[in-house]
Write a protein that binds this ligand. Structure first.
Ligand SMILES: [Zn+2]
Length: 246
């Protein structure tokens, strides 16, 4: 109640630029929904959307993305479901499961989330891993970049044979992605071809290969939480907003 009153007086209190702690945002979301303070609810949803972006470009840009120190991603999944904030759901799920092992997810002190949400997240984690497994397979099938091998079975630049990309390096990156052991599946430096021996054309093609996999993974995140795609997620959020305004 204190936070709600303070926020009603100080609208900027829950805006991203004020760097509000997560527990404040959670409290304001609950109270503004309960007491139907629509403007404040929209304000807090805007800030939550900067934490759990619905756009990949914003997700990977840390000057746009906001991460409060006390962020509880698994509890955010609970908030998104309970207080109807679908726009943050895919990224909240992703953040919850990509930062925590199943063992940590089930530990009572790891989150304020209920047991049923912990289980939902565990299921999401399994589904995400198998989806990435499938997308890696599809991405490799469609990739012309990995078509020529050298005598050691590594991947040769087709254009000028400038360089061989170690097969073990490619497989190692894929394994980290499938097991969610890289810090973030979407980080821009993933698999980045920085070796100075690459010609520019090969470097670009290697980068594009991983970027395509990241784009496809991001685009499929909503399908793991009951939405066809991001457009449907946005429509669902917009519909909630207009129904509140009526
Ligand atoms: Zn080359």
């Amino acid at each position: 109640m204190y936070h709600l009153l303070k926020a009603m007086h100080f609208r900027q209190y829950c805006q991203k630029k004020s760097k509000p702690p997560f527990n404040v945002l959670a409290a304001i979301l609950k109270l503004s929904t309960k007491y139907i303070v629509d403007e404040l609810r929209e304000e807090v949803i805007n800030t939550l959307s900067a934490i759990f972006s619905s756009r990949l470009t914003a997700w990977i840009d840390h000057s746009v993305r906001y991460t409060p120190a006390d962020l509880d991603a698994m509890y955010s999944v609970e908030l998104a479901k309970k207080f109807e904030v679908p726009i943050i759901l895919p990224a909240a799920y992703y953040q919850a499961v990509s930062q925590l092992s199943i063992r940590t997810m089930m530990r009572p002190d790891s989150s304020m989330a209920s047991n049923s949400i912990r289980w939902t997240c565990a299921v999401f984690r399994e589904e995400l891993m198998s989806m990435i497994y499938q997308l890696i397979d599809e991405n490799n099938k469609g990739a012309t970049i990995f078509s020529t091998r050298d005598k050691y079975n590594n991947w040769l630049c087709e254009a000028d044979e400038c360089y061989s990309l170690l097969d073990s390096y490619k497989c190692g990156t894929e394994t980290k992605l499938r097991r969610l052991t890289c810090s973030d599946v979407f980080k821009p430096t993933l698999g980045l071809a920085t070796d100075p021996d690459f010609c520019e054309a090969f470097r670009l093609r290697v980068d594009q290969h991983w970027r395509r996999l990241q784009d496809n993974s991001w685009n499929r995140l909503p399908s793991l939480c009951g939405f066809k795609d991001w457009a449907v997620v946005r429509t669902a959020q917009a519909a909630l907003k207009s129904s509140n305004e009526q």
